[in-house]
Each structure stands twice: as C-alpha cells, then as structure tokens.
Design a binder for this molecule. Sequence first.
Ligand code: AKG
Ligand code: MN
Length: 260
Amino acid sequence: MATVTKLNLKAETDDCRLHRESENELEENEAVAAATRDSKTKKVVVELGNGSQVIYMPRFLAYDQSWNYLEYLNKNIPWNRPTIRVFGRSCVQPRDSCYVASEGLPQLAYSGYQPHAYSWDEYPPLKDILDAVHKALPGSRFNSLLLNRYKGGDDYVGWHADDEKLYGPTPEIASLSFGCEREFLLKKRPDKTPRGKTTSGEPPKKRPKKNRSPDQHSFVLKHGSLLVMRGYTQRDWLHSVPKRVKADSVRINLTFRLVL
Ligand SMILES: O=C(O)CCC(=O)C(=O)O
Ligand SMILES: [Mn+2]
C-alpha cells in the first residue's frame, strides 16, 4: 500500500518529522520522511531518500510584493495554451504557459511542443525574481524559466517529471508560486526491479514498514512560496498539481531551470 505524508505546518520543533494527518493512519502505516524545519523562516527540507530532496520555503517573497508580481505577470506575459501530445493523443494543454530563456540555448521540447523562447530583457521583474532565487540558492545559475497560469480549479498539470535530457541527470528546479493556493503532489516512480529480485541477485531482505520512507508527499503551495526539487527527484519521482473544485482564482507558477 502506498504511504502518504502531508506537511504538518503546525509542528514548531526545529528538527521534526513529517506526519500523516491522523494518528490512526500513523499507527497503520509507520513510514515517515526525514525532514528538518527552521522555526523562524519555516523552511522545510525533506529528504526523499536515494539522493532526492525537496526544500520548501513558504514565505520566500513578501506578501504584498508577491501580489504586485502576480498582477504584473498576469497582464504582461504573452500567455499561450498550446496543443500538446499526451500518450499519442493531441489535446489542449490544461493551463496557460510561456517560456523565457537566455540566448543560444538548445531548444526546449516537451509533449511534442517547442515553445518560443522569450528574452529576459522583455520582462525586467523576472530578472529581479531570478536574482532573489539565485541569492537563496547559492551555486545556482538558472538560465530558463517556464511560466504556468492556472485560471481556476479546472486547470492543472498531470503527473510528470522534468527529466528532459537538456537539464542533465540531477537538475535543480526552483518553483515559485503566486496567488491561489494549490496542492503540489509528489509520488515515487514505480521501482524498475521486478518483485522478489534484487540487482545483486540475492534474495530480498524484508524491511519493516516503519523504516520505509513515504512514497507520496503533498505540499500546499502558498502565495510567495518557493519549492526546490533537487538531486534525483526528476529521475525517481513524479509531480503534479491536480484539479481542485474549490480553487476559484488565478495562480501563477514560475519554474526556473538550468539548460546545460
Ligand atoms: O505549477 C506547479 O507548481 C508545477 C509546474 C510544473 O511542474 C512544471 O511546469 O513543470
Ligand atoms: Mn514539472
């Protein structure tokens, strides 16, 4: 059975663990993710295991400034809702998007679609946001940005990984959210090793449930928040922002990436 965690934002300890919401569930299924939280900034670092990591900073940008960015982006970005191919079928992408990238990079293609690359110079506030992200993530040097606009709860992004070759094997992806809070889900990709087999050929050792880390995580992405996926997250995990009937206003999400 899949094990699921939800971030318990009420826990105030510096070194805490991620919990499921009900104690019953906890008893049934004792997997917990290793996570650390900074009580001042509320930054949470979640170790997904096997070299994958997620960092969540709920208050990355100031609240009012974030509304200004939302308004600017909503009005000024040339949003587009392209036709894409999913499982061999053409469909209209269930959200608006736009792509911004530095000059001379290899062309991005996803789901059979090659977005036009706009220049950073056309949207100065994006450069300010990029500077803030670079400051928060020492060593990062993002050179491209995929913007998404979810007009309401019917807009979504399905299960996928940002594992295009041009990002390399361990891409760092920084995801900023503005406006309507939406749920961001992560689930582990199925293990490729057949059941009962190990890569060494030895019989599998039974691991007790409580030592197994969870294979789903959920974050409610707040206005002005930053979520970072690192390490092997794109190889070993899928993520999505599902439809939500109650999400009745616009959300804009920016994912900064490094094209190698
Ligand atoms: O909107 C989000 O939070 C995620 C967007 C995303 O996964 C993507 O653009 O690849
Ligand atoms: Mn993605």
